[in-house]
Design a protein around this ligand. Structure first.
Ligand code: ASP
Length: 344
């Protein structure tokens, strides 16, 4: 029985100190920019996703193809956080959200999609084969099936199965206390997810890339917040929130608490700040600070991270809390980089 229906709720939180006004901390290393092409994606799963993207980019392929094929690797991995084996909603159903955007500002999105393995590929079909940008729920599934995508059986990964069973014990819609350093909490108000290798993972992969022609594209795919209300969408399928590409300026993707990314049109805001001349890193930082200002003391309970690239191929990221990292691949080099952050 679900005994809490409050969607986003503040909880007691210990061990964090708001660092606004204090020196910013974090990893000072910046990935060297070695020219086109370049691909970056969120979290450590991005290492494997970037590899698939790189196979396309290094042969002179289009950024759009790279960002689609790249995140399909993560969708295929069937872990707790992205794809069909991921954390379900509170009623036990895995519902997937994804969007994609190219250098011509074409975009496509699917949301609340069930039993389809590659939502990002369906989002691309929406972009290329319909007059629309977004299809949701049964309509999105009907379109996918008509396009030849098989209807799969939902099969939770062992990690997701366990996490859901654990969650059902209390069925609490309440933020876990975030202890990012000890990795004992999540990054949002929902239960955290742990992979079999012991690493904490996150519910989204966002990827942005520049190809050898200097064109930008981006993709974002997720199972959304674990144990969410049925029908809930976060930022990830929303163009301008979870992803935004402007081929004249740059591209950005987001991860973390989707509600708070939507509130500031997160990825679009980062791109607009880059348009005004800010570096990708400074643009991400400004929008993170905006979220913190809006949330006030509750900012300590949520995690949001932005990852951006500009037209020069420079890359930057920023997050509310320590722990956000991104993978970069450039001229064959693959690295995981820790993003700068505002709070421990
Ligand atoms: N942004 C995703 C959502 O709110 C979750 C995540 O990035 O972990 O659905």
């Amino acid at each position: 029985m679900i005994n809490r229906r409050k969607f986003i709720q503040a909880s007691a939180f210990t061990g964090l100190a708001t660092a606004i006004g204090q020196p910013l901390r974090g990893n000072d290393l910046h990935p060297a920019i070695k020219g086109k092409p370049v691909v970056v994606s969120t979290w450590d799963a991005g290492i494997r996703a970037n590899k698939a993207a790189w196979d396309i980019l290094s042969k002179g392929g289009r950024a759009l193809d790279a960002v689609e094929k790249g995140v399909m690797v993560t969708e295929e991995e069937q872990n707790c956080c992205v794809g069909l084996g991921a954390n379900p909603d509170r009623d036990g159903f895995v519902t997937l959200d994804a969007c994609i955007m190219d250098e011509f500002s074409n975009c496509g999105s699917v949301a609340f999609l069930e039993r389809i393995k590659h939502p990002i590929a369906v989002a691309r079909r929406v972009m290329e084969k319909t007059p629309h940008v977004m299809l949701v729920g049964s309509g999105a599934q009907q379109f996918a099936v008509a396009e030849g995508f098989p209807l799969e059986e939902q099969k939770l990964s062992p990690e997701a199965e366990k996490a859901y069973k654990d969650w059902l014990i209390k069925s609490e819609y309440k933020p876990p206390a975030i202890n990012v350093e000890n990795k004992q909490g999540g990054h949002g108000p929902f239960a955290p997810a742990r992979l079999s290798n012991g690493e904490w993972n996150h519910d989204t992969i966002g990827m942005v890339a520049m190809d050898t022609n200097g064109n930008l594209s981006g993709s974002c795919t997720t199972s959304g917040a674990g144990f969410k209300m049925r029908g809930r969408l976060g930022d990830s399928p929303i163009i301008g929130a979870g992803l935004f590409v402007d081929n004249e300026v740059g591209a950005c993707t987001a991860t973390g608490q989707g509600e708070d990314v939507i509130r500031v049109a997160g990825s679009h805001s980062v791109v607009e700040l880059m348009r005004q001349g800010l570096s990708p890193e400074m643009a991400c930082k400004k929008v993170i600070e905006r979220i913190i200002r809006i949330k006030g003391p509750k900012a300590k309970d949520i995690q949001v991270g932005f990852l951006a690239i500009n037209k020069k191929g420079q890359v930057g990221a920023w997050s509310i809390h320590k722990g956000f990292e991104y993978a970069i691949r450039n001229q064959g080099e693959e690295r995981l980089v820790k993003a700068k952050f505002v709070m421990e």
